[in-house]
Design a protein around this ligand. Structure first.
Ligand code: ADP
Ligand SMILES: O=c1ccn([C@@H]2O[C@H](COP(=O)(O)O)[C@@H](O)[C@H]2O)c(=O)[nH]1
Length: 279
């Protein structure tokens, strides 16, 4: 009896892997088959494939995206502060064109802190996942995927609060979502079709952040250094760096890299639609 069950499990594992699904999916399919012994192996795999999200970063997943021409493709761009996420997103946007792409930043979803005195706001840990209203971003992505426009909050880094106005974003073939913590939240992560991680050394990232926070976010040198040591660095090590393992593509130098060119070529292919050969 156990031999029979093991042989069935092995057959299912082989078909599940061939379908481009990962080890977790293989195990679920095997468990499902064990709980439903009367189902044929093919029926089990089919029902499982219908309910399970496809693993991203596989050719099977890519082909699916290419053929679902009416549905937006959501591309995540994660990486530590100052790694070059915005720069990479803008480079992709420029090459793909505004008619096919919208760009959303997780930063827009920072929780407003208007109810707190200014000194308390400034000491907040902005690098912990709880600092962001991620559920709203997830809801907005759902709406965009279903073809509806959304009103995105506008965050003011100088006052740590939201501006009274919002930005209306309409659905497009490519939806770029960037942020340091976008792979740290499972629900958000599962909505991303392609996951990119911009991997830049921490000393370079810190120098860039110091310059940017002084020139663009109204900060002083001492405050930038204090925040970096107190919260930015430890949260990066706890949440951002470990989330790199979810990435499909790692861009090591940001701009002018082979990895970035490969991503752009693939996205251009997606925007052009399925090839005539039927692939
Ligand atoms: N590949 C690069 N080479 C040089 N400077 C870069 C590069 N990528 C980004 N920068 C600069 O570093 C700073 C931070 O980049 P940004 O894209 O805003 O990072 P992030 O969005 O990850 O915080 C900006 O001043 C930007 O011009
Ligand atoms: O009010 C705020 C909100 C966020 N931050 C910092 O912003 C970065 C994330 O933005 P990047 O563009 O990726 O650098 C994060 O590290 C927060 O510390 C802030 O300083 N104040």
């Amino acid at each position: 009896m156990w031999r029979q069950r093991l042989a069935r499990a092995a057959a299912l594992a082989a078909s599940t892997t061939a379908a481009g699904l990962g080890i977790a999916h293989v195990l679920h399919a095997v468990l499902h088959a064990d709980e439903h012994p009367s189902e044929s192996t093919d029926a089990t795999l089919l029902s499982f494939k219908r309910s399970a999200p496809q693993r991203t970063g596989t050719e099977a997943h890519w082909d699916q995206l290419l053929h679902d021409v009416d549905r937006p493709v959501v591309v995540g761009i994660a990486g530590g502060t100052g790694s070059g996420k915005t720069t990479v997103a803008c480079a992709i946007a420029q090459r793909i064109g505004a008619e096919s792409l919208v760009h959303i930043s997780h930063d827009s979803y920072y929780r407003p802190l208007n109810h707190l005195p200014m000194q308390v706001r400034a000491r907040t840990n902005f690098d912990h996942p709880d600092a962001l209203e991620t559920s709203l971003l997830v809801e907005h992505l759902r709406q965009l995927k279903s073809g509806a426009p959304v009103s995105i909050p506008m965050y003011d880094f100088a006052t740590h609060s939201r501006c009274p106005s919002t930005t209306v974003v309409h659905p497009a073939r490519i939806i770029l979502v960037e942020g340091i913590l976008i792979y740290a939240n499972e629900e958000l992560r599962d909505m991303l079709d392609i996951k990119i991680f911009v991997d830049t050394d921490s000393d370079v990232r810190f120098i860039r952040r110091l310059k940017r926070d002084i020139s663009e976010r109204g900060r002083e040198v001492g405050a930038v250094i204090g925040q970096y040591l107190d919260t930015v660095r430890p949260m990066h090590n706890q949440f951002v760096e470990p989330s790199k393992r979810y990435a499909d593509v790692i861009i090591p130098t940001g701009l002018n890299s082979v990895a970035l060119e490969m991503v752009i070529a693939r996205l251009q292919h997606l925007c052009a639609g399925p090839a005539k050969s039927g692939r």
